[in-house]
Design a protein around this ligand. Structure first.
Ligand code: GLN
Length: 546
């Protein structure tokens, strides 16, 4: 029988519930407990796939093709195990299921209500991952903040489960904020008291309070919080701001968050957590030997969450190479042929980001040209790969109007286009190639040396593809298709023959990068950028580490 930990949030959003949940799960996992984490989001969208990145940050894609909340990315990066469709549930999905059942007559004429029908469906989904016996502990993060109208059915479902399940099989952790008032030089506990009170009014009593704070919590403060919120003093956990999210498991270990959970859930017989690998990574992350600068070319660059997985992949790959990766965000809309050299000159590598739509496209193409001509390490992801193909077609093959039919449906040279198969799917409402697909790599290619193998699986999220009608022409001019889907022949990887590191991939390698298994493409790209930087500095007579 699996055990369940629910993580709720109080006082304000953005306290880092996902990171706390992932850190706790990491500590339990490091003791040998099989964990997974799921996220329940109160919004009505079926999934975040249709949400603008400005609204909700990156859309994370699982192996089984679910478009999910970016917190699932954190879960995977911390736990190093894949999540799936079942790990992200929204109000929209809950209602859709209940309404479909109602239309099918499954409620036998009864009035369908929030309680019990919606809450029953929430509970069913909350328990689902515990049914297949793959996990000992299921952590469930409730999106939103306690007190939000839309969170109520979820809190009610948690209340019912804490009543229905044996006491040692379920617990609730409430993440809250203890603000520090500079003028008074004091930490304030009142917002936490209120938020716990609100939760209690809804019938849920937290077992543990994790308190986000800028200043350490003294024992007196902890006691005060414990007394007013009716939890044990040792169940008041200090969560100080950390320099990196990857430090949080270590901080939580020091605060004994995992021990309290083991005790509450009566999980006995597990040894000390083995965090050797994790700590090895942290050491490398904290003490890099040199620094490199990567340009991230995109159109949402001002919004860090839009490229969350890419930025985290750089952190993993940087640590692996023992370099600090400094990311310079370059807004593609403002790149022109005249200013490109100025903007990109100081870079050691260029990443052209995924994206949709016309805005900023020409700037991306100009940036790719600069990287190709100046032998600057180049890495294109999804739209970035498509831009590399368009740039090559226009400037090397001389097909001046080459384009993707996404941007210019009337181009006479649709080097990137939608496959007939995909068009049929689009007409049915599903729109993208989503989830994990196999890819066979060309022996002897740069891609093979990166992956150390020829059979890989990577995750996709796009509509358009490399148009194979142009393949021969491209390859004879030096742009090689070094990875293809074995079933369909679709081009998944392109690389340039006479360039030290120029690679574009149709898939999203950033979605599979974890602390313990950084994405090979990012690791090699950073290694190439490091080499580029060393050569550049050597030729200028400056110190590499300066
Ligand atoms: N817009 C492109 C497509 O749909 C690329 C998508 C992406 O970068 N994720 O094919």
């Amino acid at each position: 029988m699996a055990k369940y930990i629910f993580v709720t949030g109080g006082v304000t959003s953005s306290l880092g519930k996902g990171i706390i949940a992932a850190s706790l799960a990491k500590l339990l996992q490091a003791r040998g407990i099989r964990c997974t984490i799921q996220k329940f989001d109160p919004y009505i969208n079926i999934d975040p796939g249709t949400l603008n990145p400005y609204e909700h940050g990156e859309c994370f894609v699982t192996d089984d093709g679910a478009e999910t909340d970016l917190d699932l990315g954190h879960y995977e990066r911390f736990l190093n195990i894949p999540t799936s469709q079942a790990n992200n549930v929204t109000t929209g999905k809950i209602y859709q299921t209940v309404i479909n059942k109602e239309r099918a007559g499954e409620f036998l004429g009864k009035t369908v209500q929030v309680v019990p029908h919606i809450t029953d469906e929430i509970k069913r989904r909350m328990l689902l991952l515990g049914k297949d016996k793959n996990f000992d502990v299921i952590l469930t993060e409730l999106g939103g903040t306690v007190g939000d109208i839309e969170s109520l059915p979820f809190v009610e479902a948690v209340r019912q489960l804490t009543w229905e399940l044996p006491e040692e099989d379920v617990m609730v952790i409430h993440l809250t904020l203890i603000p520090y008032l500079k003028a008074a030089k004091e930490l304030k506990t009142k917002p936490t008291q209120h938020s716990v009170k609100m939760l209690s009014e809804n019938g849920v009593h937290p077992d543990v309070l994790v308190c986000r704070t800028e200043e350490p919590l003294s024992n007196d403060i902890k006691k005060k919080i414990a007394q007013f919120c009716n939890v044990k003093t040792e169940a008041v956990i200090e969560a100080m701001d950390a320099s990196t999210i990857y430090e949080v498991p270590v901080l939580m270990l020091r605060e004994k968050l995992d021990l309290i959970c083991l005790k509450k859930l009566n999980l006995t017989g597990y040894g000390e957590p083995n965090l050797d690998k994790w700590k090895g990574f942290l050491d490398k992350l904290k003490y890099p030997k040199s620094k490199i600068t990567i340009g991230l070319i995109g159109k949402y660059v001002e919004l860090q969450d839009a490229y969350k997985s890419i930025l985290e992949s750089f952190i993993h790959a940087g640590a692996m190479n023992e370099v600090k990766v400094n990311i310079v965000n370059v807004h593609s809309e403002f790149i022109t042929a005249e200013n490109v050299a100025d903007k990109l000159e100081l870079l050691d590598g260029l990443l052209v980001a995924p994206g949709f739509g016309l805005r900023g496209i020409e700037g991306k193409i100009i940036a790719v040209k600069y990287a190709r001509e100046n032998k600057l390490p180049f890495f294109g992801i999804c739209l970035g790969m498509q831009m590399a193909v368009i740039e090559f077609a226009r400037n090397v093959l001389g097909l001046t109007d080459a384009h993707s039919t996404e941007m210019n449906p009337n181009t006479t040279n649709p080097v990137i286009s939608m496959m007939e198969e995909q068009k049929k799917i689009t007409n049915m409402g599903g729109t993208m190639r989503l989830g994990s697909y196999p890819c066979t790599i060309l022996p002897g290619s740069l891609a093979e040396s990166i992956y150390h193998g020829t059979e890989i699986n990577e995750r996709h999220r796009h509509r358009y593809e490399f148009n194979n009608e142009y393949l021969e022409q491209m390859e004879s001019a030096g742009l090689i298709a070094s990875g293809k889907n074995p079933a369909t022949g679709l081009v998944e990887i392109v690389e340039l023959k006479d360039h030290p590191f120029f690679i574009g991939v149709q898939y999203h390698p950033e979605l599979k990068s974890t602390v313990e298994a950084p994405a090979p493409l990012f690791v090699s790209f950073i290694a190439a950028a490091k080499e580029y930087s060393e050569v550049k500095h050597a030729s200028k007579g400056t110190f590499v580490n300066s």
